[in-house]
Design a protein around this ligand. Structure first.
Ligand code: SF4
Ligand code: SF4
Length: 452
């Protein structure tokens, strides 16, 4: 029998320090929208202890309260006692997959997503017919009339996130070798990401240009696949390990020196930094995995790059992705980099540490809670008066774009830096649009903020 403090199959001692103080509750996104103790970290820890003691069964009802958890880890940052809720939920998720704990439709829908999202080829094949629909008046009409509701709430949630699909979304444009364009300081590999390369390919292009201009050669293995973040978040460990091992092999096949494997999506970076445990040390990257922002902040921007930077037309609000701030402890670096932009006005959200509701596929499978969180975050960010929101995670970016609409442009910090340096235009911002016009959109945001 398990000891009273050891949860079956769970990390020993991870829940022990919990003293039920409740300090984690105000930061918890699921508690925020559901207002139920069972949907809070404290309640879930209590449930795990009850399961351990044989007083509670992990049935469909109990499992549903774990499914409402976004895995944002805000509770870990907030806990004064050092409870490792991140370890608890990661160990619990594989147990939620068992038949009988979710409806047949929910199980099939999750499996479908896991069969498509990690594979850019499959995702592109599915998206191809939608090119004539996304970003057109037809899409606007379908949304306005509620036509998309006919396909069910999950499909409607997917459609609401669907961005206009650029031609670059359907093939990887960046070459294997992207040479340094300033005094050479090193050589790095870059992850393209499976969802990011299809839905926001501009991020990788801008990232490469900023790195090149700062003296780094960027290598992009053409056969690289998914990092496994989507499946990792779902507790699908076998698939995650397979994707992780494949990615390590493709990065390690790069010939020559390598200073780091860089990532421009925080969800991916968080999972890749956990490969040591996931793969039991069997196979590992030959260079450290770093978010591109922590790498560049550490190395410093070149003076030749700094002198290129021009003011941005409008206020920039910071959005901290949960897997960036809580998962990787990265907070100051994006701000440090953006402050290199002359006259930049950086604003902070009031509740910066609370999740936006994206959380992997959470906004597709727990669409109601996710939509509520998206609305709360959009109100918070638009309240800053920002014309731009800096978001370094593709999931957050899609979620914020859905809920902010025209109130502010959501761009990766690398896109903002590249635009400021005149290296890469901001997608969707016509060169002819004046600074005042873009800034005005930020200032008028409260008249139009809301779900779209
Ligand atoms: S997890 Fe931490 S903050 Fe939350 S109730 Fe337990 S001790 Fe308090
Ligand atoms: S991980 Fe996020 S949603 Fe889950 S219990 Fe912690 S704060 Fe709440």
């Amino acid at each position: 029998m398990a000891s009273p403090t050891q949860l079956p199959g769970l990390p020993p001692g991870a829940a022990d320090p919990c003293v039920h103080c409740g300090f984690c509750l105000p930061t918890c996104a699921s508690y925020r929208v559901l207002a139920s103790e069972m949907d809070s970290p404290r309640g879930r820890i209590h449930a795990l202890r009850a399961i351990e003691a044989g007083e509670l069964e992990l049935d469909a009802t109990v499992a549903s309260h774990f499914d409402t958890c976004l895995g944002c880890f805000a509770c870990v940052s907030a806990c004064p006692s050092g409870v490792r809720y991140d370890q608890l939920i990661e160990a619990t998720r594989p147990k939620l997959i068992n038949a009988g704990q979710r409806s047949a439709w929910q199980t099939s829908f999750r499996q479908l997503l896991l069969q498509v999202l990690p594979y850019p080829g499959r995702l592109r094949a599915l998206l191809q017919p939608l090119r004539a629909y996304t970003g057109t008046p037809l899409q606007a009409l379908a949304r306005r009339t509620g036509l998309t509701r006919l396909f069910g709430p999950e499909i409607e949630a997917m459609e609401r996130l669907l961005p206009p699909l650029a031609a670059e979304a359907f093939s990887d444009q960046l070459p294997l070798i992207n040479p340094a364009k300033a005094e050479r300081r090193g050589r790095v590999a870059l992850l393209l990401g499976c969802v990011q390369r299809c839905f926001d390919p501009s991020v990788s292009t801008a990232t490469v240009k900023v790195l090149q201009a700062n003296g780094f050669e960027v290598v992009i293995p053409q056969e690289q696949g998914c990092c496994g973040a989507v499946s990792h978040h779902q507790g699908e460990l076998e698939l995650t390990r397979q994707l992780a091992a494949d990615l390590v092999r493709s990065m390690n096949a790069i010939e020559g020196d390598l200073d780091a494997v860089l990532v421009a999506a925080s969800g991916c970076g968080h999972t890749m930094k956990a490969y040591g445990e996931l793969l039991n040390g069997d196979i590992q990257f030959r260079a450290p995995v770093l978010d591109v922002q922590e790498f560049l902040a550490d190395r410093g921007l070149l003076e030749t790059f700094r002198t290129q930077l021009q003011p941005l037309p409008g206020i920039v609000a910071m959005h901290d992705a949960c897997h960036m701030i809580h998962g990787q402890g990265i907070h100051s670096q994006p701000r440090q980099l953006l402050r290199a932009i002359p006259d930049i006005q950086l604003r902070e959200a009031t509740e910066a540490g609370v999740c936006c509701g994206s959380a992997g596929i959470y906004n597709l499978v727990q669409y109601e809670e996710a939509a509520e969180l998206g609305r709360i975050k959009a109100d918070d960010l638009s309240g800053t008066g920002a014309a731009f929101v800096a978001s370094a995670n593709i999931g957050c970016t899609l979620q914020l774009r859905r809920h902010l609409g025209d109130c502010a442009r959501v761009q990766h910090p690398m896109e903002l830096l590249a635009a400021s340096a005149g290296l890469h235009p901001l997608p969707g911002v016509p060169q002819s649009v004046s600074s005042a016009e873009i800034a005005g959109k930020g200032e008028n945001r409260q008249a139009t903020a809301g779900p779209r």
